[in-house]
Design a protein around this ligand. Structure first.
Ligand SMILES: Cc1cc2nc3c(=O)[nH]c(=O)nc-3n(C[C@H](O)[C@H](O)[C@H](O)COP(=O)(O)O)c2cc1C
Length: 154
């Protein structure tokens, strides 16, 4: 039997996402399921919700080479992320000028003091409105398991 490592139950994780057509939401929810935490739409993100968060995952569709305005606003509004581990992801199209919103998310999280634990991660959609490419749901679960391992290994 193949057993994935579990995230420590004493750890509080949170996934914050934005999504225009539901694809980033799907990825966010899959990641949250592995992390045993909530996937919360950015419109419902609050400083209160951020309290005691140990691992913060932020995801956005790429809109014009960058995260959505709502995600950018959320990231700027964050207080200092002391003792917070973080990772950013985006959903994108397979074009040579798709851009890299996840990298921008990570940079902003780092600026706020978070420890970035993973490379920026992109998940592919087949068109503007989706759907996700065939293997991306599995990739999302795998990536979340990698995050668990990175957290567990310090
Ligand atoms: C206004 C707009 C701008 C976009 N710009 C980009 C872009 O610069 N690069 C890219 O790869 N995809 C771009 N896309 C496609 C998005 O990546 C795609 O809509 C998104 O991944 C779907 O996720 P969602 O369902 O969560 O919104 C754009 C989509 C919209 C609506």
């Amino acid at each position: 039997m193949h057993c994935e490592p579990e995230i420590s139950l004493t750890m509080k994780s949170l996934v914050i996402y934005d999504s225009n057509f539901g694809n980033t939401k799907t990825i966010a929810e899959l990641i949250a399921a592995t992390l045993h935490c909530e996937a919360r739409h950015v419109s419902k993100a609050s400083l209160e919700a951020m309290k005691n968060v140990d691992l913060l995952v932020v995801g956005s569709p790429i809109n014009a080479w960058r995260p959505t305005p709502a995600i950018q606003k959320f990231l700027s509004s964050l207080e200092a992320l002391t003792n917070v581990r973080a990772a950013g992801f985006d959903t994108r199209m397979k074009t040579f000028l798709s851009g890299n919103a996840a990298k921008r998310i990570n940079n902003q999280l780092k600026q706020k003091g978070a420890k970035i634990i993973a490379q920026p991660k992109g998940f592919y959609v087949t068109g503007k409105e989706g759907p996700l490419e065939a293997n991306e749901k599995e990739n999302a679960a795998n990536w979340a398991n990698e995050l668990v391992q990175l957290v567990n290994n310090g």
